[in-house]
Design a binder for this molecule. Structure first.
Ligand code: TRP
Ligand code: SF4
Length: 331
């Protein structure tokens, strides 16, 4: 079966479960930005998915959805090129989710590794719900309804994509070949550690957010852990094991990196000065994003208009697929 679009299509989503941090930006968003140059891109805010873990505390989902759209736009996702929308405004996702749920065997969902992992990780919430088990079915509906060629995701999402393909195959063989099987487009994330030296993650509270103001970014860098061997200013360090140096690799010039590398090893530079340098380099790159953020935050109507416009475009495509699905299922 063929996809009917001329340009290859890309679809991806992000959950509005918190503020976007540098790790998300350098990985996923940079990748999306590159993809929009070449492909017919659909990017959406997966607010229903955020309910799967936050159903008992939904208070900030709307706010996070709006902030996420602002982050995308500020970082250079272009609504002229990409279709940007909010999942919950396209009810056809939910209808397809329901129809697919009728034919997805529960064991497929129970052996999904993220199902068990997340439950173990998030002990404080009761995740033994119908919706949480069915999370990948909703994700499959999100994806299949747009018949994308590629789905850019991090490797944590690969099991969901494999399940999406299995669901597509099952549908196609039970009824009619409606769904092409989407391929993953793996996103390479540069190594970004949080201020405590662990992986940067909202759940560890160690993030630097795109929405942080300059003094906050500088303060977070000041308290960031470094090579623990450098207790005194005269102690020599090893940049290879220092999370601050990882930021130099992303934000500083090659010359600065080489110089710091040598000076750290000989204790010619101290961590305080080294962090000041990385803060300057980082802030320089963040300033345009902060400026865009400020402009967009001041014009909520403009952001809303972009989401509506994207929603209209997405709804048309989703509706067409759903008609095919109903026809195939004779319902
Ligand atoms: N599960 C994805 C995540 O947590 C979010 C998501 C929902 C998604 N639906 C999607 C990603 C469809 C890609 C395609 O990151
Ligand atoms: Fe890390 Fe820089 Fe300190 Fe070396 S000088 S340990 S690279 S912060």
């Amino acid at each position: 079966m063929t996809t009917h679009h001329a340009k290859k299509r890309v679809l991806s989503g992000m959950q509005p479960s918190g503020l976007l941090h540098l790790g998300n930006w350098l990985g996923a968003l940079d990748n999306w930005k590159a993809l929009q140059e070449q492909y017919d891109c659909f990017f959406f805010v997966a607010d229903w998915h955020a309910l799967s873990t936050n159903y008992a505390d939904t208070g900030r989902i709307k706010e996070f959805s709006r902030e996420l759209l602002i982050d995308w736009l500020a970082a250079g996702i272009d609504p002229q090129r990409a279709t940007i929308f909010i999942q919950s405004r396209i009810p056809d996702h939910a209808i397809l989710h329901l129809l697919l749920s009728m034919m997805v065997p529960i064991p497929w969902l129970e052996r999904n590794p993220t199902y068990k992992e997340k439950q173990d990780e998030i002990k404080e919430k009761d995740l033994s719900t119908y919706g949480f088990l069915g999370y990948p079915v909703l994700q499959a509906a999100d994806i299949l309804i747009y018949k994308p060629d590629f789905v850019p995701v991090g490797k944590d999402q690969l099991p969901h994509l494999e399940l999406t393909r299995e669901i597509a195959r099952r549908f196609n063989s039970l009824y009619k070949p409606v769904f092409p099987e989407p391929m993953e487009h793996l996103t390479k994330f540069p190594k970004v550690l949080g201020t405590d030296g662990r992986k940067m993650s909202k759940s560890y509270g160690n993030t630097i957010n795109l929405s942080d103001a300059e003094p906050v970014v500088r303060q977070k860098l000041k308290t960031m852990v470094t090579d623990p061997a450098r207790v005194k200013r005269t102690d020599k360090g090893n940049p290879d094991i220092c999370p601050v140096y990882d930021f130099h690799k992303i934000y500083s010039t090659k010359e600065a990196q080489d110089r710091i590398n040598t000076e750290c090893r000989t204790a010619a530079i101290g961590c305080i000065d080294c962090k000041k340098l990385v803060a300057d380099a980082m802030v320089e790159r963040l300033v345009p994003i902060w400026e865009n953020r400020a402009k967009l935050t001041a014009k909520p109507d403009q952001v809303e208009e972009i989401a509506q416009e994207g929603g209209h475009r997405a709804a048309k495509v989703a509706h067409r697929t759903l008609e095919e699905v109903k026809e195939a299922m004779k319902i």
